[in-house]
Design a protein around this ligand. Structure first.
Ligand code: GDP
Length: 530
């Protein structure tokens, strides 16, 4: 077997999603700990405050305590080379989560055992379902008072519409948390509260172990036996086919903070999740083991390092092997380029990579040539990955700079932030860039825009929220847009390529416009731009 095939076969690339505070950062950190990428938990978090991870780059994330952007970390565990994609926990950044999921082969959903499914889990989960990838559930914080595990599974099934199959089962919770029962091995992993920064010492015992009653106490022992009987009787057998298509989620219980259940989860997850999968291109599916290199850009992030004012384009390698200095074809621009400063995040540090394989994520220096969804491949290959859908903005605001002398910085900042896919910019016909209409998926993106313009570009802006709720492309040819007969609360705008769109305050207005303009054809915004 060629060396690169072996390398690809051992890759596991997955994203972690959760409602903020469910424990995504803590779990990520513990996974790194087991992979030996860090030796002491707590190192992923920033020095100044224990609340922030390395993956939280931007100041605003620190202020709000949320992950705005997502980052990638690579580490080794056993024979596997693991790429973890972190995602923003807040639903206002669900588009970013979606793009990140495009680069992943599976997802891990972290749920707080006391809270169950939370609003943002719901929204992010819907995004997950669009991708048809395996979804694993880690029910966290079992060392705290938790809800009934059956109830939690039922809630996941009902609220998220995915089947659940517990791989292990908790024994008690909070002060009486004793450990988890492994359903396959039919033994118990006992919890000791002394866990923490270092690896947890596990004690194993079978369900028929005579010491078990002493260890758990009569009541918990009986509950466990009853639960196990119920679970085994329920016949919700593990079906890998259903897991592969995101119809059944293997469920694990544990406590990331005390390290409990993290390593068994990682081991079983790595067995169940898949190595890199084939990817769809306009020309047909690309096999990851195809020796020729191909990748697509799923994320662009500016100013990750303020000192360098750099901008990185993150790409997911879909086939073959990447070597530093290699010449590749940037398909959308039809140009051969060298990918400059290819980097990977290895635990806390960014490192220049010499080689990377299908399944890996690399960040390359972007002098402003990449857009989200772009394909990069071996010059002889010339394929184009299916484009990454754009979410329709749901909130709009008129934005202008306060200091007119800063126009250049304003335009540059707006353009760059739009290129990163954080906002969408529209302008009114013939109005130029004096003031622009910005569309976003979640209102927190307005705050990020304002903050970044000020901090990264030195521009203060004034923002006026607009009442529009949806937009449609104008599909029919229009010679004189002024001739359109529109209600006063409908607005005609153009995008960055001067294509015409209409902004509406309601569905009723959409119908009104169609009725009053013969031949007008509108298309749903979205999904596909290129
Ligand atoms: P994120 O917002 O999902 O990344 O959540 P964090 O990993 O930052 O965790 C949020 C809070 O929950 C932090 O204070 C953690 O220390 C705490 N936490 C995370 N996992 C556990 C756990 O298993 N048990 C307990 N008791 N607390 C936890």
């Amino acid at each position: 077997m060629p060396d690169y095939s072996q390398q690809i076969r051992r890759r596991r690339t997955f994203a972690i999603i959760s409602h903020p505070d469910a424990g995504k950062t803590t779990l990520t950190e513990k996974l790194l700990l087991y992979g030996g990428a860090i030796t002491q938990a707590g190192t992923v978090k920033g020095k100044k405050s224990s609340r922030h991870a390395v993956s939280d780059w931007m100041e605003i994330e620190k202020q709000r305590g949320i992950s705005v952007t997502s980052s990638v970390l690579q580490f080794e565990y056993g024979d596997c080379c693991i790429n973890i994609l972190d995602t923003p926990g807040h639903q206002d950044f669900s588009e970013d989560t979606y793009r990140t999921l495009m680069a992943a082969d599976s997802a891990v959903m972290v749920i707080d055992a006391a809270k169950g499914v939370e609003p943002q889990t719901r929204k992010l989960f819907k995004v997950c379902l669009l991708r048809d990838i395996p979804i694993f559930t880690f029910i966290n914080k079992m060392d705290r008072e938790a809800r009934d595990p059956f109830e939690l599974c039922e809630e996941i099934e009902e609220e998220l519409g995915i089947g659940t199959c517990p791989i292990n089962w908790p024994i008690g919770s909070g002060k009486s948390f004793k450990g988890v029962y492994d359903r396959k091995k039919r033994d118990i992993l006992a919890f000791s509260a002394t866990g923490g920064a270092k690896r947890v010492q596990a004690t194993e015992a079978g369900l028929d172990d005579p010491h078990l009653v002493d260890m758990l106490g009569q009541e918990l022992y009986q509950t466990l036996c009853d639960d196990v009987e119920l679970l085994d009787g329920a016949g919700d057998d593990f079906d890998m086919e259903l897991v592969r298509h995101g119809k059944l989620s293997p469920v694990f219980f544990g406590s990331a903070l005390t390290n409990f259940g993290v390593e068994p989860f990682l081991e079983q997850f790595l067995q169940m999740t898949t190595p890199p999968l084939p990817r769809t291109t306009v020309e047909g599916d690309i096999d990851p083991f195809d020796p020729e290199f191909s990748a697509f850009v799923f994320k662009i992030q500016a100013n990750m390092n303020r000192a360098h004012r750099d901008r990185l384009a993150f790409m997911r390698i879909c086939s073959g092997k990447f070597s530093k200095g290699m010449e590749v074809l940037h398909v959308q621009q039809g140009k051969k380029i060298k990918l400059a400063q290819p980097q990977q995040m290895m635990a806390q540090e960014r490192a220049i990579v010499d080689e990377a394989y299908a399944g890996d994520i690399i960040g390359v220096f972007d002098p402003g040539i990449f857009s989200i969804g772009d394909t990069v491949c071996a010059p002889s290959k010339k394929v184009r990955f299916s484009s990454i859908p754009t979410f329709a903005p749901e909130h709009f605001a008129r934005v202008r700079q306060v200091d007119t002398l800063k126009r250049k910085q304003f335009v540059k900042g707006m353009d760059q932030i739009a290129q990163e896919g954080a906002i969408q910019i529209f302008h009114e016909p013939y109005s130029g860039m004096e003031e622009v209409i910005v569309g976003v998926v979640g209102t927190l993106q307005f705050d990020v825009l304002e903050y970044r313009l000020k901090n990264e570009y030195g521009v203060d802006i004034r923002m006026e929220r607009l009442p529009y709720q949806s937009l449609r492309w104008i599909e029919s040819e229009i010679e004189r847009p002024d001739d359109l007969h529109l209600s006063t609360d409908t607005k005609l705008v153009q995008d960055y390529r001067d294509r015409y769109l209409l902004l509406f305050t309601s569905e009723w207005n959409v119908r009104w416009s169609l009725e009053h303009n013969k031949g007008l054809e509108l298309a749903e915004f979205g999904m596909n731009e290129s």
